[in-house]
Design a protein around this ligand. Structure first.
Ligand code: ADP
Length: 250
């Protein structure tokens, strides 16, 4: 699932945005290549979700340019290339549909609203198997734990054969035991070449799993390999001096 195109998967150049006249993110330069596993960290209100909305093309930059797979992010409509997993998968909490039906939606960019072929169903069931949810295939998503629900949404992204996975604090509200499994799943998807952009408050998970860390507080304070982030003082500068990395914090 590598990108033959040489464009970065995500390219933000000089991006500033504010909901009012005051910018919430400023002068953001962020390039993410195919196959990278990047985590964005920062305190509450530092602009992480706003940055993600700019990446997804849901917001238009006031200044600068935001591109996805080489196209302006706001015009991007190649839904099958991009899998988005929201916090809590909240939209699905009240949906009276089964895991298989959720994952089936991942095929819609390929088949429109037409019927799924046998091979489409195979992709759906393989995706369910990859995330370890085969036993829950016919269970309604309302009857799943937070971690299981997030897995179902990852499976939907896999069924669409997305090569970019964008996740917004995916383990908030997820049972502690499932969090480690969830990150193992992301590791294996990364090993298969899927590009991952993760917004995460859990610094233990970030430093253990992501290859590259972007530390945000309106501006980017740090962007580089995870080891350098751990060794440096970016965290203190972005979060204030009280912040420290707690060993084994996950
Ligand atoms: P984070 O995800 O890091 O918590 P956000 O991107 O959600 O940060 O928010 C950054 C700033 O933008 C905050 O001050 C927040 O109050 C403000 N903000 C977020 N969404 C909106 C909105 N829809 N309208 C106005 N202000 C907003």
């Amino acid at each position: 699932m590598t990108d033959s195109n040489t464009d970065p998967v995500i390219a933000l150049d000089g991006v500033s945005f504010g909901y009012t006249v005051t910018p919430v993110v400023e002068e953001i330069d962020l390039h993410i290549d195919a196959g990278e596993y990047v985590a964005v960290v920062g305190p509450n209100g530092s602009g992480k979700s706003t940055l993600m909305r700019l990446v997804l093309g849901l917001l238009r930059p006031d200044d600068g340019t935001a591109r996805l797979f080489g196209e302006p992010a706001v015009d991007f409509d190649d839904g099958d290339r991009l899998g988005y997993v929201a916090q809590h998968a909240s939209a699905a909490k009240s949906m009276p549909i089964t895991v298989r039906e959720v994952v089936k939606m991942g095929r819609f960019p390929h088949v429109g609203f037409g019927r799924l072929s046998e091979s489409d169903w195979k992709v759906v069931d393989n995706a369910i198997e990859t995330v370890g949810m085969t036993a829950f295939r016919d269970r309604r998503v309302t009857q799943l734990s937070g971690g299981q629900r997030q897995r179902a949404f990852i499976a939907r992204a896999l069924a669409s054969e997305a090569d970019l996975l964008v996740l917004d604090e995916p383990t908030v509200g997820v049972d502690v035991e499932s969090v480690a499994d969830f990150y193992e799943l992301l590791d294996s998807l990364h090993a298969e070449g899927i590009t991952i952009l993760l917004i995460e408050h859990d610094l233990g998970a970030v430093t253990e799993h992501a290859e590259r860390v972007v530390c945000l507080n309106r501006e980017i304070y740090f962007d580089g390999p995870t080891d350098e982030f751990v060794a440096g003082d970016a965290l203190g500068r972005a979060f204030g001096t009280a912040a420290t990395l707690v060993e084994g914090d996950e």
